[in-house]
Design a protein around this ligand. Structure first.
Ligand SMILES: *[C@@H]1O[C@H](CO)[C@@H](O)[C@H](O)[C@H]1NC(C)=O
Ligand SMILES: *[C@@H]1O[C@H](CO)[C@@H](O)[C@H](O)[C@H]1NC(C)=O
Ligand SMILES: *[C@@H]1O[C@H](CO)[C@@H](O)[C@H](O)[C@H]1NC(C)=O
Ligand SMILES: *[C@@H]1O[C@H](CO)[C@@H](O)[C@H](O)[C@H]1NC(C)=O
Ligand SMILES: *[C@@H]1O[C@H](CO)[C@@H](O)[C@H](O)[C@H]1NC(C)=O
Length: 566
């Protein structure tokens, strides 16, 4: 065993000390939490100090081999600790294992500081403590998209200008806290596309590059905007779940690309205080897991004491599964067949009838006699441009200007264009109409597409897939028109649920082979389905996942290249 003291231990006796060392090929780090006089060593900690001047001990159940000596005390919370000897004093430091992040999913690792405050861990690695604790999420580790504020840590929102211009945050976002209070351990903040705009577009970014999706050849896109949260759960078994957010598909995209369980909640039910805004009327927090059991457990923690909490026995499953006919089938017949077989299994399991709907026909018959594709052409852009400028761009421009004596904040081209649009009077003047149209869709959706039902909560389950025939690569440039056009124009396929305020989940069920021009061999990428329920009926979707997992129709996915064993 070899111990390496950091120099600060010798030089900065007054300041808190950190240690870094390696053991059995693993890297560890410890950060001072307490210092006692040697005369007051009631726990006999100095007797643990061995070769190299460090001693290792644990409090509570910890299964890290190096920390085998157990000490019974209420002075320190359960965990792994290091004790070091100074002249006349003992330093007690909390120990972490340093995890590397080859997928580049993280903005920063996070350490507990004092009380309810955190600090960023410099240096690229992610420090993880042993899994201990109480509560329904005890023993689980998670990360949060760097759009959610964490007390003591700066928020980047995917933008270096934002990161630099604002001090460390003084509140932790409520939804992040909810997981911590349930016993889960927050280990880091994950990458997001800048201000959660559009999707990934490696090569356009001024600041932080996209994470790697470890599935297949390792060069598929993670999709965005919750790119790091999806990438982390896809890559690392030391992360159990991650928090993202979904406005126009930002959980559903990364869950689809990673082959993960992903949850976009009904809009407006979960706390969005202390989160950087994308579009207020569409934003929701959400989460990713590999395990269907954890997926439903997390929902019960999140929904507790909200209107989404429901007794699962208080409703029966919907009797209809809706399939849209206004979309094209997959060109890959094998993939389409896998999807059809999966949907059939789900319908059979719950005795659901398969029903088809044409969303556009329904819209034109019941709402506005114009294809929704045209009617909503600029709605997302109008909402996003004005809100992103007013709530993010304008205040940042002021703060950054004050800090730099008048410089504009450098931002990604897509952000720059969005903020330019957000100051354009023509676009701003369409905002009220855009809000009205969004509400119009929400009403249409809950009256004519998926209404509430007294027995089944949600009248139906809407089945869909965001899987695409052609694999999207990480380095593909998504072109957009710099001359005043589109960043987020049009009506894309995740928006019916977004405007509808409806919940939607992504469920992985298989993998499809493809030929990679990078590795020049056959690789596999996950295929997923999506299921959506009526607004407020999120519990129906989780009851469904529960039933499918229990029946063995779905199961846990792996980390790494393959979501399922071959
Ligand atoms: C928290 O931060 C905000 C924004 O930086 C600031 O306006 C507010 O005064 C701070 N509150 C406290 C209690 O420090
Ligand atoms: C399945 O549903 C049909 C009506 O939709 C009903 O007649 C039948 O009894 C149900 N079967 C089971 C096993 O629940
Ligand atoms: C809808 O518009 C089409 C032509 O655009 C027209 O033929 C039709 O009568 C209209 N339907 C209604 C219900 O207004
Ligand atoms: C950002 O947009 C402004 C217009 O609002 C434009 O003048 C400027 O050149 C753009 N910056 C970059 C780097 O594209
Ligand atoms: C404002 O936006 C409108 C609509 O996209 C566009 O036609 C116009 O050229 C823009 N104005 C400026 C000054 O860029």
């Amino acid at each position: 065993m070899k111990s390496i003291f950091s120099l600060s231990l010798l030089s900065g006796l007054a300041a808190a000390v950190d240690f870094q060392w390696s053991h059995d090929g693993k890297n560890y780090f410890a950060s001072e939490i307490d210092r006692i006089d040697k005369e007051d060593d009631a726990l006999g900690l100095s007797t643990h100090i061995g070769e190299g001047g460090l001693g290792y001990f644990k409090v509570g159940h910890v299964d890290w081999p190096q920390f085998c000596r157990s000490i019974k005390t209420d002075d320190y919370e359960p965990g792994a600790y290091v004790v070091a000897s100074l002249p006349g004093q003992l330093v007690i430091a909390k120990a972490y294992q340093l995890m590397e992040d080859p997928a580049q999913a993280f903005m920063t690792g996070i350490l507990g500081d004092c009380e309810d405050s955190y600090k960023a861990f410099p240096g690229g690695a992610v420090p993880v403590a042993p899994v201990v604790g109480d509560g329904p999420l005890a023993g689980l580790r998670f990360a949060a998209k760097d759009l959610f504020h964490v007390k003591g840590v700066r928020t980047s929102a995917g933008s270096k200008s934002h990161y630099l211009a604002y001090p460390p945050q003084n509140h932790t976002s409520g939804i992040v806290l909810k997981n911590i209070e349930a016993g889960a351990q927050l280990v880091g903040k994950t990458k997001t596309t800048a201000f959660a705009l559009t999707t990934t577009h490696n090569g356009w970014e001024v600041d932080y590059h996209d994470p790697f999706n470890v599935r297949g050849d390792g060069y598929l896109t993670t999709a965005g905007s919750s790119s790091g949260s999806g990438a982390a759960v896809t890559a690392y078994d030391w992360i159990d779940f991650a928090i993202g957010s979904d406005t126009g598909g930002s959980v559903r995209g990364p869950a689809t690309q990673g082959g993960l369980y992903g949850y976009r909640p009904s809009q407006g039910y979960y706390d969005l205080e202390d989160v950087v805004v994308c579009v207020l009327s569409l934003d929701t927090p959400g989460f990713f897991t590999r395990s269907p059991e954890l997926f439903t457990k997390l929902f019960s923690v999140w929904s507790k004491d909200t209107e989404l909490e429901r007794d699962v026995d208080s409703f029966t499953m919907p009797t209809k599964m809706l399939h849209r006919t206004d979309i094209v089938e997959l060109a890959d017949e094998d993939a389409q067949k896998m999807l059809d077989v999966f949907f059939k299994k789900v319908e059979d399991h719950f005795n659901m009838t398969s029903v088809t709907i044409d969303l556009d026909e329904l819209w034109m018959e019941n709402a506005v006699n114009q294809s929704y594709i045209d009617y909503f052409d600029t709605v997302y852009l109008d909402l996003n441009s004005l809100e992103s400028w007013d709530l993010n761009g304008e205040p940042l421009t002021r703060a950054f200007g004050e800090m730099t004596d008048g410089a504009a904040p450098p931002v990604d081209p897509s952000v720059n264009l969005t903020w330019t649009n957000g100051q354009n009077e023509t676009i701003r003047s369409r905002y009220d109409e855009a809000i009205k149209r969004g509400q119009q869709w929400r009403d249409f959706y809950s009256e004519h597409v998926n209404p509430a039902n007294p027995d089944t909560c949600s009248d139906s389950i809407i089945a869909y897939t965001y899987y695409t025939d052609v694999p999207a690569n990480r380095q593909d440039l998504v072109p957009f028109d710099f001359t005043g056009g589109d960043v987020t124009g049009g009506f894309w396929n995740t928006l019916p649920q977004s405007y509808g305020g409806a919940p939607e989940i992504i469920v992985p069920f298989g993998q499809v082979q493809y030929f990679s021009s990078f590795t020049r061999r056959t690789e596999y990428r996950p295929i997923t389905a999506s299921f959506s329920a009526a607004r407020g009926c999120d519990a129906v979707l989780f009851k469904m996942v529960d039933g499918l997992a229990e029946a063995g129709i779905i199961g846990e996915v792996l980390t790494g290249r393959l979501a399922y064993p071959l």
